[in-house]
Design a protein around this ligand. Structure first.
Ligand SMILES: [Zn+2]
Length: 213
């Protein structure tokens, strides 16, 4: 370790922001209203606060909860073979698998496509609802937000939609397949989740959580 160069201005660690894509270090500054801070090297958006974004994220969180309820309990698809019809929801399917040796699969599917996305929505709402109302952050809000960010890669509703779409193409040779409302709700869920992520400026949220501690 060498002594710090006196010519280099000393910056506190929380004044710096690293680009998540290329690691370039920047001095963080809140952009003016309607502007956003992008990485000087690769152009990744670093800070993009938007007026009213907390309220919008909370509304999208409510939308996700409603869509998830329908996606789990409404018929996902209908199979028609030789005059026979069969409707199945994701809930029915998970329950059918729960007894046999496919139980671990049923548990994994329930966790990755339903429980983790729902938990993330609840955590984000818990963190942002007080901020949207202009109040102090709730207790343990920082820990809740960290957990929600840690769970992000494990929230796999979109992979499920792509996976079933692929499986249905195969199945279409054997039986007539009709997509139920739940399939479209899952598809809408993927879009709404992407929208919600787009509204969420992590830097602004962390700063709001830190300022009040
Ligand atoms: Zn960059």
């Amino acid at each position: 370790m060498s002594a710090p160069d006196p010519a280099t201005p000393r910056l506190a660690i929380d004044e710096l922001i690293a680009c998540p894509r290329c690691d370039a270090l920047h001095r963080a500054e809140l952009p003016h209203a309607g502007e956003r801070a992008i990485c000087r090297r690769c152009g990744t958006v670093l800070i993009a606060p938007r007026a009213g974004s907390y309220g919008r994220i909370l509304m999208l969180a409510t939308t996700i909860m409603i869509l998830m309820f329908g996606a789990v309990f409404f018929p996902f698809l209908q199979l028609r073979v030789a005059g026979l019809r069969s409707d199945a929801s994701v809930f029915d399917t998970a329950r059918a698998f729960a007894g046999g040796n496919m139980a671990p699969l049923a548990v994994a599917v329930a966790l990755l496509i339903v429980l983790i996305p729902v938990l993330r929505v609840l955590l984000i709402s818990y963190v942002l609802a007080p901020l949207a109302a202009g109040r102090r952050p709730a207790r343990h809000a920082a820990a809740a937000f960290r957990l929600s960010e840690d769970l992000r890669p494990w929230s796999m509703a979109e992979i499920f939609v792509i996976g079933t779409a692929v499986a249905l193409v195969k199945l279409a040779d054997l039986a007539q397949v009709v997509l139920g409302p739940a399939f479209w709700m899952f598809a809408a869920l993927v879009v709404v989740t992407v929208l919600q992520d787009g509204f969420m400026c992590r830097w602004s949220i962390w700063r709001a959580l830190e300022a009040e501690r």
